[in-house]
Design a protein around this ligand. Sequence first.
Ligand SMILES: Cc1cc2nc3c(=O)[nH]c(=O)nc-3n(C[C@H](O)[C@H](O)[C@H](O)COP(=O)(O)OP(=O)(O)OC[C@H]3O[C@@H](n4cnc5c(N)ncnc54)[C@H](O)[C@@H]3O)c2cc1C
Ligand SMILES: *[C@@H]1O[C@H](CO)[C@@H](O)[C@H](O)[C@H]1NC(C)=O
Ligand SMILES: *[C@@H]1O[C@H](CO)[C@@H](O)[C@H](O)[C@H]1NC(C)=O
Ligand SMILES: *[C@@H]1O[C@H](CO)[C@@H](O)[C@H](O)[C@H]1NC(C)=O
Ligand SMILES: *[C@@H]1O[C@H](CO)[C@@H](O)[C@H](O)[C@H]1NC(C)=O
Ligand SMILES: *[C@@H]1O[C@H](CO)[C@@H](O)[C@H](O)[C@H]1NC(C)=O
Ligand SMILES: *[C@@H]1O[C@H](CO)[C@@H](O)[C@H](O)[C@H]1NC(C)=O
Ligand SMILES: *[C@@H]1O[C@H](CO)[C@@H](O)[C@H](O)[C@H]1NC(C)=O
Ligand SMILES: *[C@@H]1O[C@H](CO)[C@@H](O)[C@H](O)[C@H]1NC(C)=O
Length: 488
Amino acid sequence: MAGLTGFRPCDALIAANLSHAVHLPSSPNYPTLVNGSWTTETQRSPWCFVQPSSSAEVSKTLQALHSAGGGAGDWHVAVRSGGHGSDNQNSITNGLIIDLTYLNATTYNAATNIASVGTGSRWGETYSILQEHGVSIVGGRQSIVGVGGLLLGGGVGWHTPRRGFGCDRVVNYEVVLASGTIINANASVHADLWRALKGGSSNFGIVTRFDIEAFPAQNLTLARRTVSEEYTDGYIDAIVEFANLDQSYWDNAINSVTSYAPGHGITMTVAEVNTANDLNTTAFDAFDRLPALTPSVRQSASLPDVANVQAPELKDKTPRVGGGPTTIANDKRVVRYLFEQHANLVADLNSTLGANNFSTILEFQPLPAWVADIGAQRGGNMLGLERSRRNKLYYVLGVTLLTPASQDKAAQVYQKISATGEKVKAFSKSIGADEEFIYLAYADAKQDPLGSYGAANVDFLKQVAHKYDPKCFFQRRVPGGFKLDRVG
Ligand SMILES: Cc1cc2nc3c(=O)[nH]c(=O)nc-3n(C[C@H](O)[C@H](O)[C@H](O)COP(=O)(O)OP(=O)(O)OC[C@H]3O[C@@H](n4cnc5c(N)ncnc54)[C@H](O)[C@@H]3O)c2cc1C
Ligand SMILES: *[C@@H]1O[C@H](CO)[C@@H](O)[C@H](O)[C@H]1NC(C)=O
Ligand SMILES: *[C@@H]1O[C@H](CO)[C@@H](O)[C@H](O)[C@H]1NC(C)=O
Ligand SMILES: *[C@@H]1O[C@H](CO)[C@@H](O)[C@H](O)[C@H]1NC(C)=O
Ligand SMILES: *[C@@H]1O[C@H](CO)[C@@H](O)[C@H](O)[C@H]1NC(C)=O
Ligand SMILES: *[C@@H]1O[C@H](CO)[C@@H](O)[C@H](O)[C@H]1NC(C)=O
Ligand SMILES: *[C@@H]1O[C@H](CO)[C@@H](O)[C@H](O)[C@H]1NC(C)=O
Ligand SMILES: *[C@@H]1O[C@H](CO)[C@@H](O)[C@H](O)[C@H]1NC(C)=O
Ligand SMILES: *[C@@H]1O[C@H](CO)[C@@H](O)[C@H](O)[C@H]1NC(C)=O
């Protein structure tokens, strides 16, 4: 055996004959691996990376780490698929990162109509491979985002109104348990784990492969419309009207982004998508009546092509302050209140930071009531959305600090965003328009998305976690992300 590295868990991996997959800080691949997390904030330098390239190697990895843990030692493990999670979800300094990017095969079985997707895949490649087979699946809207974290948190895509969350279409998970045992979890075998993984995130094991029911690929139509601040009232009406359309409109989806940017003031941009390739859909009429700042042409494109059109607000990897999701009832009064609070926040930051030192984002997505029914029909997920039978919206409010001087004020800005959020919560509560659900895949470390699934689901999830991971490896040794043992 090669000389000891001084890092106990890394030594254990080398001793388990995984040295070809272990990258110490001296490895030429190490800087690129550090870079494998999406934002500069999550790019950490661990003791080592391990890059398993099969579920058997994931199994070897977990077995080696299991027995490396004896005695004291404040070291931990982070698990990373695409690396788009925030805070400590996918990276760590005092310990090692299990990087799953080599588990990135996508295959399609026409006889069963099942797409098998490795957890380390990116949506762009997966969609392109499936497109060659004439099929698609429900997943992320941006090609660069990872498959694993998105599906384990639920997974919202353009097809969600019609076909449910990404997790609702997973018919089988291949999972490596903390013991190293590799199992399948589906409706007939380990059905409790199958259900728990639909929203339960990183509490049970490492998922190596998702088997997903596919549907025929079809082009989407996409238009992006930008509207100036003077049409705010009409724009708010349009959001609420759209989010109240009945189920016959389920081929239509929007994503609304209101933002302040230096030199542009506040503008509102809606992405209008029809997943049935209908260029004449009337679903967006309320938006389309508002004068657009730049001409917006509705175009037909394949899903891989749509996923490659990077939304402007995603080009910048500068960490955002705030930005955790909140769900509200689809109620015009709350949406109007929120837009007012956003404008107040902009005015406040303008005077405290200066007009050129920040930008904001207030993003809205509808969550139609019937999406909960789709989940239930497909075996039930953990999100608990069936508790409230009304149309909802979820939003994120965040601020990007554009200069080093303003970045020093991040904590102060967070406080302002947080105060704004609390005001909106209090207002929505006062009119009965508040909602409990917190979308895990968007959540930040200060939130409790698992707790938002409701007490019954939390109890079930805890039971399943302790059954499949009796020694609590994922609760204790893998602290990043959202952990059931921390839910009250
Ligand atoms: C630019 C951008 C666009 C986005 N677009 C969408 C969107 O359209 N729809 C949507 O729903 N969400 C979207 N998101 C949110 C996205 O779902 C989350 O960021 C998600 O965490 C991404 O998954 P990942 O594999 O890249 O992340 P990672 O950070 O690698 O993983 C996230 C969490 O899951 C855990 N995890 C990952 N893989 C496994 C595994 N195989 N087994 C056990 N635990 C695992 C990790 O430990 C971590 O805690 C977007 C995010 C960004 C930054
Ligand atoms: C060690 O790993 C190599 C390649 O990864 C493999 O060829 C070899 O058989 C393994 N040896 C043992 C003892 O597992
Ligand atoms: C890290 O990523 C940035 C862009 O995201 C790139 O410019 C840089 O070369 C990368 N560094 C390494 C070591 O891969
Ligand atoms: C899988 O990852 C490897 C290594 O990053 C890459 O070379 C390959 O193109 C990827 N395959 C797919 C299907 O994305
Ligand atoms: C469920 O798991 C069992 C046991 O591994 C397997 O035989 C079966 O094919 C799986 N079902 C699905 C739908 O994948
Ligand atoms: C859309 O309308 C145009 C004419 O306005 C018509 O030619 C076309 O067939 C319509 N497309 C669909 C999908 O209905
Ligand atoms: C589908 O979109 C592609 C571009 O992504 C385009 O070339 C093609 O013409 C479109 N097909 C249809 C039927 O609209
Ligand atoms: C920002 O402040 C300046 C000067 O106080 C003012 O002229 C400008 O209109 C403000 N901009 C916004 C968006 O509030
Ligand atoms: C704001 O930007 C100006 C330059 O545009 C700079 O001089 C000033 O220091 C910045 N202030 C903060 C708080 O970032």
